[in-house]
Design a protein around this ligand. Structure first.
Ligand SMILES: C=CC1=C(C)c2cc3[nH]c(cc4nc(cc5[nH]c(cc1n2)c(C)c5CCC(=O)O)C(CCC(=O)O)=C4C)c(C)c3C=C
Ligand SMILES: [Fe+2]
Ligand SMILES: [Fe+2]
Length: 339
């Protein structure tokens, strides 16, 4: 019987593409105070009164375009990741989702069922970068459930792996085959977050977003700074691929609401780029390790239409690492390194 278990954790998807399931999913997701960080009364008004009623039918349509016969791509690919990792790691592995299923108790119980003497569980948030709306909420949620359910095993968490040499090499390897084709630029499109979240996770309260170059200036803030971490991923992957600064740029996608979010916005940049002479574009989304709605629908379908409809000549979306062997080896190595 194993002493150690692994939980792979991602964001989660609606149970189906029906509008009622979308309403349920979006309500759970957006009522999370680390996602919409407004006072409870205002969050409730915004989420239940405005966002969920208007967004659910639109999101349902978006999910219908990318849904697979086996289910949500994010869930299917997370399960495939688990299966691939099981070939590399002998410890029992299960999955958990921050919103929807499997929820924490299910994940913990799946591990304990066959391993009642479990001594530790390694939580693997499948996010390369730290954000309060992704990494932090996942970890806090699993820690709270661990405490509440009174488990005796220890709970350990891997760190964001945005600059891990294995992750950088695996990202580079996933991009490399596409560089053989004629292209003007490679766009690194990351999931966006509100600027306020970057300020909130700055433990000094005086570094992040204060100067143009703060992400390049040494600081303890970088441990929890999403903007620094994604910027370093772009820099390191571009360096690994031998791409000069003229051949790539970075932007942020999936904006929600009216608050200022990190800039530049992917949605704004894509239709602008052809007019600037960037006619042949490659796009990669390093904040997602598995393809999902935000890559398959927003980038590969809508982004392509926005770019080609505004004078672009070619547009190539580069899929996430999903179950690429080098990524599986890297993740196995990251997990093995936890002490
Ligand atoms: C990669 C990390 C992610 C961060 C950071 C993040 C922040 C964030 N997201 C929203 C709102 C939505 N995100 C949605 C989908 C979605 N988001 C992530 C990851 C991060 N989000 C993933 C992997 C997915 C895809 C889920 C899937 O089932 O495929 C959605 C739902 C879909 C939609 O209606 O567009 C919303 C809403 C906010 C507000 C936010 C930071 C504050
Ligand atoms: Fe999101
Ligand atoms: Fe920062």
């Amino acid at each position: 019987m194993a002493k150690r278990g692994i939980i792979l954790m991602n964001l989660g998807s609606p149970a189906s593409t029906s509008v009622p399931d979308l309403r349920k999913y979006l309500t759970q997701f957006l009522m999370d105070e680390k996602v919409i960080d407004k006072p409870y009364w205002l969050r409730t008004l915004l989420v239940k009164g405005l966002i969920v009623p208007f967004r659910s039918p639109k999101s349902a349509e978006a999910y219908q375009k990318i849904w697979w016969p086996e289910g949500s791509p994010l869930i299917v690919l997370t399960n495939k990741l688990k299966t691939a990792l099981e070939q590399k790691i002998s410890d029992p592995i299960t999955t958990s989702m921050r919103y929807g299923n499997p929820y924490p108790k299910e994940a913990y119980e799946a591990l304990i069922k066959d391993n009642p003497d479990l001594e530790e569980v390694i939580l693997v948030p499948l996010y390369p970068h730290y954000a309060m709306s992704s990494f932090e909420t996942a970890v806090d949620y699993m820690k709270a459930a661990h405490k509440e359910l009174g488990y005796r095993f220890a709970l350990k968490t891997i760190d964001p792996f945005y600059n891990n040499p294995g992750y950088i090499e695996a990202m580079a390897e996933s991009i490399r085959p596409y560089l053989d084709q004629d292209f003007d630029q490679l766009l690194f499109s990351y999931h966006g977050i509100p600027e306020r979240h970057v300020l909130k996770t700055d433990p000094t309260g005086s570094h992040c977003m204060q100067t143009e170059n703060c992400c390049y200036t040494k600081s303890e803030c970088h441990k929890t700074c999403y903007r620094h971490q994604v910027t370093m991923t772009s820099e390191l992957v571009a360096k690994k691929l031998g791409l000069p600064k003229t051949k790539w740029q970075q932007s942020y996608q999936s904006r929600l609401g009216r608050d200022p979010w990190l800039l530049p916005s992917t949605q704004v940049r894509l239709p602008e780029m052809p007019g600037e002479g960037i006619k042949k574009l490659l796009v990669v989304c390093p904040s997602f390790v598995s393809d999902c709605l935000e890559t398959l629908e927003e980038i590969d379908i809508r982004g392509k239409e926005d770019f080609l409809g505004n004078g672009g000549e070619s547009y190539q979306y580069i899929p996430c690492m999903n179950v690429q062997p080098l990524w599986i080896d890297t993740l196995a190595a990251i997990i093995r390194e936890v002490h």
